[in-house]
Design a binder for this molecule. Structure first.
Ligand SMILES: NC(=O)c1ccc[n+]([C@@H]2O[C@H](COP(=O)([O-])OP(=O)(O)OC[C@H]3O[C@@H](n4cnc5c(N)ncnc54)[C@H](O)[C@@H]3O)[C@@H](O)[C@H]2O)c1
Length: 331
């Protein structure tokens, strides 16, 4: 297949390598001419220094690479998905499958990223979401990884499964796009929270408490949006939560650690340097849950730390001294 990957950050690059391994003819698009040239000449993305780019991979800053593509992957950071889809729209042929691999919810509109792509491309192409516990660094090193391809159209989900799956990348299908996308956005907020907890010196008990109770918050919000509760215990939910909240590959967790150690959220995000999706998702989740009159104590606490200068120590007190509750309800 002829495949174009839009976005030359670490995830777009790792997926391009994987698609080359699968024998596809892949073009990686970068919005920066200089970056495309530098990657072409060095055969390396500095974010993934451990592996050379395959010789068969073409890197370009020209959007003409979209013409004639059999499949297109959207891998820009969430805040850039709308712009990227708008740029791509004039080059798309109706019916070309689009794969959304970014994670987030748009501020103000509260749209999921697949909905933004659908809006900007005038709904002429089917969209599949690919998500799960998948650090680019590890996928680029061909470490065994599992993800979910979600689309209401089973044939499309299976097309993506067949295109991406290989001996080190296992892909399951799911009809639940909403659940999978809400998981992907919210787990980054939880990762920031777990990082803050780690940075404050709290241990495994605290992390287990945060992970488990935030799973409930993700499920509650996702279910209210139309997602299926079971999705949240799958790869895109629990799987991604585990990987993001426990790994030093996670920029969200690393940003949280810096905040827990006393840095301001702005300093932390700047120090990480690359996109910290949880920072944006915390605001979108707050707006979204507010519009649904839903209380999400852990996500709310993260939001207050990030956007209202709340002291993490005060947030621990707020969470631990909430009214007494049943865990899942008496039956
Ligand atoms: N890195 C991972 O392991 C991983 C895994 C799964 C999903 N994702 C998701 O993939 C998305 C991209 O993440 P990443 O890790 O590749 O990011 P990154 O920080 O490595 O790279 C971001 C890229 O986006 C480009 N960019 C910045 N502003 C832009 C704009 N306005 N328009 C177009 N491009 C712009 C940058 O030049 C850079 O190449 C995120 O939503 C992330 O949550 C990442």
């Amino acid at each position: 297949m002829k495949i174009t990957v839009l976005g030359s950050g670490s995830w777009g690059t790792a997926l391009s390598m994987l698609l080359c391994d699968n024998g596809h003819q892949v073009t990686l698009w970068s919005r920066h001419e200089a970056k495309a040239r530098q990657m072409t000449e060095s055969r390396c993305n500095p974010l993934l220094p451990q592996r050379q780019l395959p010789q068969s991979l073409t890197i370009t800053a020209g959007l003409e690479c979209l013409s004639g593509a059999d499949l297109i992957v959207f891998a820009a950071p969430s805040f850039a998905v709308r712009d990227t889809a708008r740029l791509a729209a004039p080059y798309l042929a109706a019916g070309t499958p689009l794969v959304s691999v970014s994670k987030g919810i748009e501020k103000e509109t509260h749209l999921r990223l697949s909905q933004i792509i659908e809006e900007e491309t005038k709904d002429i192409c089917p969209i599949v979401v690919l998500s799960g516990p998948s650090h680019a660094e590890e996928v680029s090193l061909r470490q065994p990884t599992g993800c979910v391809a979600a689309c209401q159209d089973k044939t499309m989900a299976e097309l993506v499964q067949n295109t991406f799956m290989n001996e080190y990348f296992r892909v399951y299908t799911s009809p639940d796009m909403v659940g999978v996308e809400i998981c992907g956005a919210m787990k980054n907020v939880v990762a920031l929270c777990c990082g803050i907890s780690d940075g404050m010196g709290h241990g495994d008990n605290t992390k287990a408490l945060l992970l488990t109770r935030s799973m409930l918050e993700m499920t509650r919000l996702g279910h209210a949006m139309g997602g299926t509760a079971l999705t949240f215990s799958g790869l895109a939910g629990m799987g991604d939560l585990i990987v993001t909240c426990t790994s030093m590959h996670s920029r969200n967790r690393r940003a949280g650690i810096l905040i827990g150690q006393g840095k301001s959220p702005q300093q932390a995000v700047e120090e990480i340097g690359e996109v910290v999706e949880g920072y944006y998702a915390a605001q979108s989740v707050k707006e979204l849950s507010g519009s649904l009159h839903m209380e999400l104590p852990i996500c709310d606490a993260v939001y207050d730390v990030l956007y209202h200068g709340a002291d993490p120590q005060d947030m621990v007190g707020r969470l631990m001294t909430r009214e007494r509750k049943e865990e899942v309800g008496w039956y």
